[in-house]
Design a protein around this ligand. Structure first.
Ligand code: SF4
Length: 245
């Protein structure tokens, strides 16, 4: 009988702990959710103050919906291209563009195309109606910080395409430009180099930046985009997910 009572008590205690644990997890998830909502909202407002169009998407699927259902009908583009961005690829907006018979997609990353042709296409991409890409960092004060190897991405963000749409996961939000630059040089750039297995840079072996002189150096041009000019030429879709580097 005693054994039975003990076993029942143990089971009840375990069930109680289980309930408390799931309540704790739920409450923590709510706190974390609230944290990101506040952070994203603050960043959105700062971007708007700096004349960017700004949007918040719960996830990559909503980011795609915002672009295809809200932004594209408003700006009405006929030609698009893009700069390398894992976050952009994750949204699958590119697939949607490729399937749209009314939009010319300038492919600037096509395999089996000679390098000279790719570079020429990237020059032409600067004349498209819309350029998609990501941002290495977005500051809480509403600035975009980017570092490029070739400059096709930073170039397009700065001037050329009539419209630019930038996708940024919540992990790209940092306090200020200095923190953004540190994050990019200590994390995004080395990982990006590692991602391109055809390159040879010291950071690919060590994981940290030595400000190298490698011919394959991927860190050549910084841009800090403080404001969008003209107003809303650049639109930033902030995504409430960790995406990209
Ligand atoms: S400067 Fe060179 S070593 Fe530093 S992150 Fe860039 S490619 Fe790597």
């Amino acid at each position: 009988m005693n054994k039975l009572v003990k076993r029942t008590a143990k089971k009840a205690a375990a069930a109680y702990l289980c309930v408390r644990l799931s309540e704790f997890r739920r409450s923590m998830n709510n706190h974390i959710k609230k944290y990101w909502e506040l952070r994203l909202e603050k960043c959105k407002k700062s971007l708007e103050r700096n004349n960017f169009g700004a949007y918040i998407a719960h996830d990559r699927k909503e980011a795609k919906r915002i672009v295809t259902k809200d932004i594209l009908p408003e700006i009405g583009v006929k030609s698009v291209s893009w700069g390398d961005s894992l976050t952009f690829y994750a949204t699958e907006v590119l697939d949607e563009m490729r399937q749209n018979p009314d939009i010319d997609v300038l492919e600037t990353f096509a395999e089996n195309v000679p390098r000279e042709e790719i570079i020429e296409r990237r020059r032409q991409a600067l004349l498209t109606d819309l350029f998609f890409t990501g941002s290495n960092a977005v500051t809480e004060t509403g600035k975009l910080v980017n570092l490029d190897m070739i400059g096709n991405r930073t170039g397009a963000i700065t001037f050329g395409p009539l419209n630019v749409i930038i996708f940024a996961g919540r992990n790209k939000i940092v306090s200020d430009v200095e923190t953004a630059m540190k994050r990019i040089k200590s994390y995004a750039a080395p990982v990006n180099a590692i991602r391109h297995s055809g390159l040879k840079t010291p950071c690919m072996k060590t994981s940290f930046c030595t400000d190298c002189k490698s011919p394959d150096r991927i860190c050549n041009t910084w841009t800090i985009t403080e404001k969008s000019f003209p107003e809303r030429r650049i639109r930033v879709v902030l995504i409430n997910e960790d995406l990209g580097l």
